[in-house]
Design a protein around this ligand. Sequence first.
Ligand SMILES: *Cc1c(COP(=O)(O)O)cnc(C)c1O
Length: 398
Amino acid sequence: MTDFDPNDYSIETQAIRAGHTRSHEDEHSMPIYMTSSYVFKSAEDAALRFTGQQPGNIYSRFINPTVSTFQDRLALMEEGERCLAFSSGMAAIMAVGMSLLKAGDHVVCSRSVFGNTVITFQNYFAKFGVETTFVELSNLDAWEAAIQPNTQFLFVETPSNPLMELVDIRALADIAHQKDCLLVVDNVFCTPIMQKPLSLGADIVVHSATKYIDGQGRCIGGAVIASDEIIEKSIYPYLRTGGATMSAFNAWIFLSGLETLAIRMKAHCDSAFELAHWLEAHSAVEKVHYPGLKSHAQHELAKQQQSHFGAVVSFELKGGKDHAWALIDATKMLSITANLGDVKSTITHPASTTHGRLTPELRAEAGIKDSLVRVSVGLENIDDIKADLLRGLDRRDP
Ligand SMILES: *Cc1c(COP(=O)(O)O)cnc(C)c1O
């Protein structure tokens, strides 16, 4: 074990063993280092660490052994050079913007990203003179046309929530690089188990560890993975000053989440695949949005770009909002909540919750119909999930 090099191993093994350097206590499991500061051997030692001439722990706002283990492990899994952990997924996205943008800059962002990401660019960065153009996710021409001389980066989430549309990451990275921009990918839906954006040409990956990385709905956290240069020059100085730090306790939870991520993702995706096909065959269902279906417009791209098709299934019912609400209310087991990435399956009505603040016109433009229902498929027995949905599907009238 002394000369174990995680680089020689597959992602499942890295997820379990990478990053942990045993302390003098010879512990088998990673300890939680709950300490705000560290002690130096001498005044000179302190000076060398503070000026960065010598590596070592200083203060847990920006360095902590449990958090570092999580960072090193996730960096390896994403095939990136370095990772920095943050207090939430939104804090990670904010860190990318705060460290790379200045007044007068421009961002191109997919229209179909997490709601708070839209608000971050539209309400907050706009206040400081950064303009954002929102474009249709899968339309590469629209991305290219939206890039301006002052564009710093493109920001994308693939597949999108809730309609599970994709963009070709490699093609988008080429477009970005031709125009001297960076490509930032929010990889929450896929995790590195299913998709590795950095090896497809993206420059920065952001995560909400709150979702699949935790996997059991306990902690809030986030991460940024990029080259040594981007992290060292831009993201790290911002974390050190901005202070949206991941706690050691949360890092410890996320570390154990990573250990089971591969088998959980495969089980989530297998159930979602089965559920999507089953829903598509039901007479009460108008359309199912799932990249694993041959009817999905980007099925071939999904096969190429992802190792699995994902764990979120959205579907339109024949009928309208009343039918969707009746189906949701007929469930006895599924949790009615907008959260996802949990062992517990969740069900939600996007048009009146996550997308409820949009005008009906904007909702229509985004393709979010009143009859749309989204299920984040958990790890309960798939037959129980089907039975819970069947109660509402088999009812004729709302
Ligand atoms: C949840 C989520 C975020 C935000 O993460 P938090 O940890 O809740 O701050 C960002 N992107 C996507 C795709 C998400 O699902």
